[in-house]
Design a protein around this ligand. Structure first.
Ligand SMILES: C[S@@+](CC[C@H](N)C(=O)[O-])C[C@H]1O[C@@H](n2cnc3c(N)ncnc32)[C@H](O)[C@@H]1O
Length: 444
């Protein structure tokens, strides 16, 4: 189920990952129409601030997961009143999750929401409802769109330890950011053609990035008949785009970089003020850059070519685009969730555990053995972590493979989990993610 679904960027990505959507809600009729036309007829207009009217319906639908991006709290143009209203909607999201109590939830928001008083209150509600939380900051250009959009994703699962999914989200980041050329550069000789079976996936890949998974279809040369859309060809031929700079930054971007965060004004031309005092690092004059079409802005935000916008005013279309979670980002987070739910991934045990064991007098060999056994226990638990050690040990006792083991290996596994628990509580700052992976997921 998605709350504050907008036009459906997040639902699209979650569907691509393999979720079914049973219901979606938003207060904006135009966004709901666009959602229903493109995703499926399960979106409805509703005021999610009116909790008593909506809760019975949501409880009846009994979703396994609730996703949602409540309106952001830091619109720079927003007045105090709008900020306060938006803050209440983040609390509504938390109250709805805590009441409907799905096994999982995902919330998306701007990065500095994490420091807000509202998120502190929402967090308290979600913790009291029994959710373990993973709070990950990501850069969308590492998750399948050419856009250096930084966002906070909070993933919750009932009963987990905080940070339980952080390593899986970090590991899903690509080692290099996606660039504008990667998306639109079909006519460049360096493009590689991997025919895709789905409209939602691109067929053109850069040689500078990892190839998609190759199944029975092998690499073929770009078909002679393949022609990039003239707008895309013009963009690549120009080589540069303009984007209104934030805080005196650069206005001109190369197509070999990601685009900055897409906003309602992503199509705007440079102002006379910018033209008279351009950023010194601009490689060409801002007036000579290519102009992005609404269709291109929509694709930079992860919407497929086949997407149809149900609004006649450009302003509304751009608002829906700018509001969205890019579908490839939602798909990456969704896949991390489904893999964990299916027991196909386990939380990484950080290298600091090894050093901690050695500092407590173990040989390196024995420390490696304990770390290996803790990892094995996590695998036997299907990747689950438990907020309380006693529950973790009790769950282990119910696993068939564990029950079939001899006594000594059983107590070694229990001991490894106890030591891991001590490490995690004694070193509360210990990271659940490899710092290198964490840097990659956020870097543009
Ligand atoms: C950040 S956007 C969400 C975009 C969506 N996640 C996507 O991927 O397309 C926030 C949405 O909250 C909706 N909204 C604002 N106030 C609302 C309310 N009181 N009840 C329901 N939806 C509301 C807005 O119409 C907007 O579509």
């Amino acid at each position: 189920m998605e709350l504050f679904c907008g036009a459906g960027g997040m639902s699209l990505g979650l569907k691509q990952a393999g979720f079914d959507v049973v219901g979606a809600y938003d207060a904006w009729p135009l966004a709901v129409d666009t959602y229903n036309r493109n995703i499926g007829p399960h979106a409805a207009v509703a005021d999610l601030g009116d909790l008593l009217s909506i809760i019975p319906e949501l409880v009846d639908l009994a979703p396994d997961m609730i996703a949602g991006g409540p309106p952001c709290q830091d619109y720079s143009s927003a007045g105090r009143r709008e900020e306060a209203d938006n803050a209440k909607l983040t609390l509504s999201f938390a109250v709805l999750v805590a009441t409907v109590r799905p096994r999982w939830f995902v919330m998306e928001n701007v990065i500095n929401a994490i420091k807000s008083e509202t998120w502190a209150q929402a967090r308290t509600i979600l913790k009291a409802a029994g959710y373990g939380l993973t709070e990950s900051k990501i850069n969308a250009s590492r998750y399948g769109v050419p856009q250096s959009r930084r966002r906070l994703f909070v993933v919750g699962r009932v009963g987990e330890r905080d940070g339980f999914l952080a390593s899986a989200i970090a590991a899903a980041a690509s080692s290099e950011p996606m660039t504008i050329r990667d998306l639109f550069g079909a006519t460049t000789p360096s493009a590689i053609y991997f025919p895709s079976t789905s409209d939602a996936r691109r067929s053109i890949w850069s040689p500078d990035e990892p190839a998609p998974t190759i199944r029975e279809r092998s690499i073929r040369p770009l078909p002679v008949s393949y022609r990039a859309h003239p707008d895309d060809a013009a963009l690549i031929a120009n080589g540069y785009v303009y984007s209104r700079p934030v805080r005196a930054g650069r206005g001109v971007r190369s197509v070999d970089e990601p685009f900055p965060t897409v906003t309602r004004t992503a199509w705007e031309r440079p102002t006379p003020r910018y033209l008279s005092s351009p950023h010194p690092a601009d490689p060409i004059a801002a007036s000579s850059t290519a102009v992005l079409t609404v269709d291109q802005i929509s694709r930079i935000q992860g919407f497929p070519l086949s997407w149809r916008w149900e609004a006649s005013a450009k302003r509304d279309v751009l608002q829906m685009i700018a509001n969205a979670v890019p579908a490839p980002v939602a798909a990456s987070i969704g896949r991390a969730i489904l893999d964990r739910e299916a027991g196909k991934s386990t939380p990484e045990i950080h290298g600091g555990f090894l050093q901690w064991l050695v500092r407590r007098g173990r040989s390196r060999q024995s420390a490696r053995n304990v770390k290996f056994l803790a990892g094995k226990a996590r695998r036997l638990l299907g990747g689950r972590t438990f907020a309380v050690l006693a529950l973790e040990l009790a769950a282990l006792e119910t696993v068939e493979e564990f029950k079939a083991m001899k006594r000594n290996p059983q107590s070694d596994l229990r001991q490894a989990l106890r030591l891991l628990e001590q490490y995690q509580t004694q070193a509360p700052k210990c990271r659940s993610v490899d710092p290198l992976l964490e840097r990659i997921q956020l870097a543009a």
